[in-house]
Ligand binder design. Structure first.
Ligand code: ADP
Length: 223
C-alpha cells in the first residue's frame, strides 16, 4: 500500500496506525535517511545536504535503498510505503522491483490538504526519533509534553520543518510527486482519496473503510 500526499498531511501518523492494525511493515524513506544520517553512514552524509535544503535525494540512491529494504520483508507480509515513490523514476523502479519479487501494489491512498493547513501543521509537528511516532502541539499532543507516548523518548522538531524549507518541499511535491496520482490512476491499481485535514482517528477510519471496500471479498473466509 502506498500513502501518497504532501508533507505534513499525516502519512506518518496514519502509516503507523495502519501497519499496527494490519500487521504490516513500514518503509518510510524519510526515517531511513534520518537514521542513516544519525549513524553518519556514507548514504546519510550524502542525503543530509538534500534534506536540509528540502530537495529530493537522487532517485538512484532512493531506488537502491528501497529495493534492499523490500528484499528483507518476509514473503507475504504487507508493506505500507510512506515517502516513496516521490518521482516518476521512483514509481517505475518500484514496479520493477515488485515484479521481480512477485508482488504488486494493492492500494494507493492519497491524503489531501491545502498548503496553509500543511504549513501550520508542520510548524507544530514533533516526532519521536526512536519509533517514528508523530505528534502535534496544536492537534495531537503527546500525553506528557515533549515525550513520546510509546517509548518516552524526547520528541524533536525536525530542522527541515522550518517554514522556508517547508515551502520548498511543498513546491517539489506539487511538481514531481502529485503527478504520480495520475500515473497510478492510469494503471490498474486502486486509488482512493482521503481528506487529511480531519482528526487522526477520522482519517484512520476513512482509510480503513476504503481498504475494506477495495479488497476483493474471499467467500472461503466466511466459514
Ligand atoms: P515529508 O513527507 O514530511 O516531506 P519525509 O520524512 O518523508 O518528510 O522526507 C524528508 C526528506 O527526506 C525529504 O525532504 C527528502 O529530502 C528526503 N526524502 C525522503 N524520501 C525521499 C524520496 N523517496 N526521494 C527523495 N528524497 C526523499
Amino acid at each position: 500500500m502506498i500513502l501518497l500526499g504532501p508533507p505534513g498531511v499525516g502519512k506518518g501518523t496514519q502509516g503507523v496506525l495502519l501497519a499496527d492494525v494490519h500487521g504490516m511493515s513500514r518503509i518510510v524513506t524519510g526515517d531511513l535517511l534520518r537514521s542513516a544520517r544519525a549513524e553518519g553512514t556514507p548514504l546519510g552524509l550524502e542525503a543530509q545536504r538534500y534534506m536540509d535544503a528540502g530537495e529530493l535525494v537522487p532517485d538512484g540512491v532512493m531506488n537502491a535503498l528501497v529495493k534492499e529494504c523490500l528484499e528483507s520483508v518476509p514473503d507475504g507480509r504487507g508493506v505500507v510505503f510512506d515517502g516513496f515513490p516521490r518521482t516518476d523514476v521512483q514509481a517505475t523502479a518500484l514496479q520493477g522491483t515488485l515484479e521481480e519479487l512477485g508482488r504488486a501494489i494493492d492500494h494507493v491512498i492519497v491524503l489531501e490538504a491545502e498548503n496553509d493547513v500543511l504549513v501550520r501543521r508542520i510548524a507544530g509537528r514533533r516526532s519521536c526519533p526512536e519509533c517514528g511516532c508523530v505528534f502535534n502541539v496544536y492537534s495531537n499532543s503527546a500525553e506528557q509534553e515533549g515525550l513520546c507516548d510509546r517509548d518516552q523518548s524526547p520528541l524533536v522538531h525536525r530542522a527541515d520543518d522550518e517554514p522556508e524549507t517547508v515551502r520548498r518541499r511543498l513546491e517539489i511535491y506539487h511538481e514531481l510527486t502529485e503527478p504520480l496520482i495520475a500515473f497510478y490512476e492510469q494503471s490498474d491499481v486502486s486509488v482512493s482519496y482521503v481528506p487529511g485535514d480531519q482528526a487522526v482517528e477520522d482519517a484512520q477510519s476513512a482509510i480503513r473503510s476504503v481498504i475494506l471496500l477495495m479488497t476483493p471479498h474471499d467467500p472461503s473466509e466466511d466459514a
